[in-house]
Ligand binder design. Sequence first.
Ligand SMILES: Nc1ncnc2c1ncn2[C@@H]1O[C@H](COP(=O)(O)OP(=O)(O)O)[C@@H](O)[C@H]1O
Ligand SMILES: [Mg+2]
Length: 465
Amino acid sequence: MDPITEAIWNDDLKEIQKLISSGEDINKRSEFSGQTPIYLALQKNKKEIVRYLVENGANLNIIDNNGLTPLMIAVDSESHDMVEFLLSYGANVDAVNEYGETCLHKVIDQNSKISYILLSYGANPFLKDIDNKLPLDYATNGRTVSFLERYSNKFRDYSPALFFDFVNEYKNIAMELGNKFMIDVNKLKEISPIIKGAFGDIWKGTYNGNVVAIKKFLKEMRGLNLEIFYREVALLIKCKHPNIVETIGFHLFKKEDPIKNIYPTCIVLEYFKTGSLSERIKKLLKKNLRLKKETIISYAIDIAEGMKYLHNMGVIHRDLKSGNILITNENHLKIIDFGLSRFKPGVTNITTEMSIGVGTFNWMAPEILRGESDYTPKVDVYSYGLVLWQMVFREIPYKKLLLHKGREEFRSKVGFGKTSLRIPKRSYLPDEFINLMARCWDYNPNNRPEFSEICEILKEIKNKK
Ligand SMILES: Nc1ncnc2c1ncn2[C@@H]1O[C@H](COP(=O)(O)OP(=O)(O)O)[C@@H](O)[C@H]1O
Ligand SMILES: [Mg+2]
């Protein structure tokens, strides 16, 4: 046996390092299969070894005697982190095997996360195999179709032609946007971090001398991902409403562009120094204070007005919670953090597992918890109900249940209507308010009111007293 092959079998990274530094060929092909060591390391899912080989010059665009590339091996073993890793080191995303199939053909109906990764690295969805089929022609199962639907709300009836239109639509918007809303990074200055996250930071800064918030996305956007990003930013910028935070513009990180290269992809927002509703509630609780009745009603109206507007714009927020609501200097509320959730690393809305992986379990509507993909804007009404509850009780909804019972039990309880939040027998808020709040988190989405109705009821309540 070839010594590197043997060391891979033995999972002996040290031995491999020794062999390579003593001059063994990292790209030595097996006579029989035409495969180099990286193939075996991928087949055996030895991630450390794969990393070492790649970083030390393993050829990623080699083709074995069966027409397979290392990327195809990683795709076949459904190892999404290896797929992403190989792509980030320049593996050809559109390589074809002897049947004319690309990786996308193979995986589109099997693994939506990998499909998404391939598309985001620019995979061409219009390459045909030797049967003259597009990857999307193999999309038959519900999950795949729902994955495709995520590209747009109106994308209900799947067909390759429609998909094609979409991609083009993204491209047009992207080009239009490029000139219009791109900010000049030279005029952008950071002042201090607001939130330093592991994945992307939010900074207080200035743009053109005005105070702004800068929300950074560390990931490089490419291919379809980039076009979706453009599209979402276009939507954010179009959303102008007193209860929605204003998006001023955005900047795009480009590897090829050495001058602008310095600054990561980010969006620039109007800045509010008071912080979020969540922080406000936490502080009140510490001092054992409550939000005044009038404040709760006025806040409730602000959020409902903002959400009514978003729904009219065709946007489902999907992550409405007190941490995603800011307080202005005039004590009004503005909704933030919608539209771009798919670009948070580790968070994509493609499959249920993934949207369930987001840290906002508590506010998630039962139908999302159950993993349904055909949910409606009423999921936001549910989350809204929980925000109202939090303003009244000053507690994070379902905090204890999640803490003591864990996610699985939470999911099986809330997701199947076996539990819901407690409703106070006596409250300092009017009964109409409490009833409205409970209607919002009704288990059945059809029983939840629309935001337009919520606004009307709340205004009546406000005027009554
Ligand atoms: N425009 C802004 N002005 C002031 N603070 C902000 C602004 N945008 C976000 N923040 C702060 O950063 C936090 C996270 O922002 P968000 O957009 O929700 O990011 P994430 O995607 O990490 O959840 C908010 O809860 C708020 O405290
Ligand atoms: Mg947020």
